[in-house]
Design a protein around this ligand. Structure first.
Ligand SMILES: [Fe+2]
Ligand SMILES: [Fe+2]
Length: 140
């Protein structure tokens, strides 16, 4: 099985998004290691909870920066992109709660399957369309 890690995503040509995505990939890979360790050894749970909590914080800030730029630029499908962010943040919070409750394996499986898929699809669709709009309107 392929290792459950995120690869560096293709750049979108908007500096703040590219920087956030690179940080997000690095943070995710650190998180995966911590959650895999916790799934193998319950003594590692609290380190995994800290890593997951840091990742949720970074993701909230990353989404917030995109949302601010979309609003400043008057991006018409803003509500759709914002809704995708909100629902993913909610899922991350739910999984953080489950991790705190000791469900390291469920958290690892969700991150490895659902989150990795979501991340690739979101960057290739909504984030790409947003980056094109920001650049065309002088916000990139
Ligand atoms: Fe993004
Ligand atoms: Fe986004």
């Amino acid at each position: 099985m392929r290792e459950a890690r995120l690869d560096t995503p293709p750049t979108l040509g908007v500096a703040f998004q590219d920087a956030d995505h690179e940080e997000s990939v690095n943070g995710f890979n650190t998180l995966m290691e911590a959650v895999e360790a916790a799934a193998a050894d319950p003594d590692r749970l609290s380190a995994a909870v800290t890593a997951m909590s840091d990742y949720v914080d970074h993701t909230r800030a990353h989404f917030g920066r995109e949302e601010e730029a979309m609003q400043a630029a008057g991006f018409p499908p803003y509500p759709m992109h914002k809704q995708a962010h909100d629902s993913t943040l909610q899922d991350l919070e739910t999984m953080l709660g489950r991790l705190r409750a000791g469900e390291a394996e469920a958290c690892r499986d969700w991150l490895a399957r659902d989150f990795i898929t979501w991340f690739h699809e979101h960057l290739a669709s909504m984030d790409t369309v947003t980056a094109d709009f920001l650049r065309e309107n002088g916000y990139g």
